[in-house]
Design a protein. Structure first.
Lengths: 456, 456
């Protein structure tokens, strides 16, 4: 029996654990499911003969070490900030590690020791980061292998609500951490390169500089730029590329309306509001508007942000109860962002039978024998319900597949890794197809970076 | 002979040192002028028999202590961040200290020891902070003394170019640290209270929420809100006030045009631009606009920010050479804010004979015996040239006057002080009148916070 320690039995662990359970008998696996809440762990274990559920506090060093000691391999599904303690123990105790999170500086700093001990610390092998790296590198390597030179790489991902559960004016619900959605784009200008020219978008214009995407021939989406599109130039071997852009996908019209919150200052998380607990939603909105006692909050907002009375943006704000004088904020010492999050959660929380959707879209432009080509590649995955979400599927399955392949020595390059090498992405992507996670690839005329598609 | 050590012989020391020189014989003063540049110190000393000029590096602890030891009182005109070293020595060596800077947390932390030693550490006694505190507290105390209850306090200050030297479309030149002007308003939402309602303005809307002011009956100005208008509620005894607002004065139209820089992202100081030294001013502007090779930078900017072709804002941008393809940025690893500062300094640097102007304006609303009253109080001071500026006069004279009064025991309350008590503001304001720094006060009908004056 090989013992897989899965730390974190939260939202994203359903498919991950089911995959391991299904392979348990054949592969001789025991799965220890560890969570702060033993009930959550037990729910995931569900009395499976090859599973045990334990209570696990990542800050209880003694117990943490004891459980990692017993494991053959460790999967950490904890929030990114907590991986480092687990990683240190894995290094010390000689255990391989898998996470779906971005490689932190602390994790990166362990690289030499991880290599010296011949260990595999596989990171960024969820959906984004994860499937994006793998599916992009597969196409990029194919282009290079036939002698092509990469000119353009654009990559877009979005966690959305599935069409059949899409029943609000924003065409959006929270399919992941709401706080991250409220704070998205903050912390510095978005940076990318288009046809050799660097471009910078400040946060307060980010949602007005969206690009349009058509996926699978007819579905239209929009995307706003990620903070640092240039981050993986080195890892992808694209140091000289002319155009590189990464974005987040939303339904058309979301960003223009979201911009209202930014313009008002409602997404600010840097200060607390006086007397926040006693404010109504309407009072909260009025905090960001001029004092003018003879005008309504509605008219002040419309006039301030120049919203026409027949603009659907207006209905989006009304739908959220932003002008409701009776609903109370009821949060003490809250920041504007915390209050906005609460208001949005009233409207955008998924119900048990609601289905989510993951959409990913890449564009690859390249030159081969003097001619220019373009490939577009898309993946759409739908969730089943609030346990078996598309998010849990696309995050959990690559983690699970990689874990088993590392355990079986099929992935054996040591180091602190991302899944950018063929040894990793080829078998993982192949197996993901069995679960319906598959990219549709098509050749299109080379467009280069297309200004027609820019909104604003 | 009493020895006054003046540390810092920069821009703001001309009037300060002249004042002390003029009193030197009668008051038995020796003035030691200390600066990193001994030439600057000598220039200010100008061979006056009661002056000596020395080279002084605030980080040379031994020399710093030696010079402070020799002084009867110390005046620090250093940048605010450097006062603390001087203050520690003053505390240790038992010397009184005067600065024109905001009280830092480190300075505040010395309060108990300063009191225990019976010392006077007088701070915030320049113009803003300084004359604003004194002139406001004089009126507030008068209102209270006759039994009035304060309802409203608004206070505005601006460093501007004098009308006769005002020859650009922005009606603005740099009369003080240009970097502070470029970064003004950053670091958090502006916060104030109007008729009992808290209001918050995010940075990217700050320059679109200006207020208009009419000063001396006919001159019209605008003002944008300072970061924290509520800062002095406690010091002024205005904890329960309904309206409190502090702002920075500009000529009408400045803020609307400045907003263009903010919208583009040109005032951002948080990241550096790739390859900044080789960019032209036009390239720099284009960094913040969409890629669209068939459109001009001009048209892209106009369309992006919806600037009509006959809007004077457009001419303001052209006047700054923002679209010039030949002028080079020539700054390595520069932030957008650093580049913008350079571009602005090309146009907004004062010439030797240019005159500056300080404008200050307060509004006081109060209730007395069931009736409401309002007082407005204004001060305008003009500079003579680039040595004898209005800024140097309004900063330096209160510092100099306070220094002599502390030296002569006329101000003798010990502690880390601001000039909010009558013992201090009364004689200082009285003496400032002799130099033409005087407030014009008038009763106006009580308006309260007047929404008519809000732009946007």
């Amino acid at each position: 029996m090989r013992n897989i320690l899965v730390i974190g039995a939260g939202k994203s662990s359903s498919y991950l654990i089911d995959y391991l359970k299904n392979k348990a008998a054949e592969q001789q696996l025991h799965i220890t499911i560890a969570d702060v809440s033993v009930e959550s762990a037990q729910k995931r274990a569900d009395n499976h003969p090859n599973c045990s559920a334990i209570s696990f506090d990542v800050f209880d060093a003694e117990n943490r070490k004891k459980e990692i000691e017993k494991a053959t391999i460790v999967v950490s599904m904890l929030p990114a900030a907590f991986h480092v303690e687990v990683a240190k123990d894995c290094l010390h105790l000689g255990k391989n590690l898998v996470t779906a999170s971005y490689i932190s500086d602390e994790m990166k700093a362990m690289e030499d020791e991880v290599k010296a001990k011949g260990l595999v610390f596989m990171n960024e092998i969820g959906v984004d980061p994860g499937i994006d790296h793998m599916s992009a590198m597969q196409v990029i390597d194919q282009i290079r292998n036939k002698g092509g030179k990469m000119l353009l790489f654009e990559s877009f991902t979005g966690g959305l609500v599935a069409p059949e559960s899409d029943d609000n004016l924003w065409n959006y619900k929270f399919t992941w951490n709401p706080r991250n959605v409220v704070l998205a784009g903050q912390g510095g200008a978005a940076k990318f390169i288009q046809e050799g020219t660097y471009k910078y978008i400040p946060y307060h214009r980010l949602f007005r500089r969206t690009e349009f995407l058509t996926i699978n021939g007819n579905e239209r989406f929009e995307a706003y730029a990620n903070r640092d599109s240039l981050k993986y130039r080195k890892e992808y071997g694209l140091e000289d590329i002319k155009t590189m852009y990464r974005g987040t996908i939303r339904r058309v019209g979301f960003s223009r309306a979201w911009n209202i919150f930014i313009q008002l200052g409602m997404t600010d998380d840097s200060y607390t509001i006086e007397n926040s607990e006693n404010l109504s939603y309407r009072d909260f909105t009025n905090l960001f508007l001029a004092y003018s006692p003879n005008d309504s909050v509605e008219l002040k907002l419309r006039s301030y942000l120049k919203i026409d009375q027949d603009d659907v943006m207006w209905d989006k704000l009304v739908e959220l109860d932003l002008f409701n004088p009776n609903k109370k904020v009821s949060l003490k010492k809250a920041t504007p962002a915390q209050i906005l999050q609460k208001i949005l959660m009233d409207s955008w929380t998924l119900q048990e039978e609601d289905k989510d959707m993951i959409v990913m879209h890449h564009k690859f432009g390249y030159e081969l024998a003097g001619k220019k080509y373009q490939i577009e590649s898309s993946m759409v995955t739908l969730g089943k319900n609030q346990t078996y979400t598309a998010m849990a599927k696309t995050v959990g399955l690559p983690v699970a597949i990689a874990t088993l392949k590392i355990l079986n020595g099929e992935i054996n390059t040591s180091g602190v890794l991302l899944p950018t090498s063929k040894e990793i992405y080829e078998p993982v992507l192949e197996e993901l197809k069995e679960y319906g996670i598959e990219f549709v690839e098509k050749e299109v005329p080379y467009l280069g970076y297309n200004p027609e598609h820019v909104n604003g």
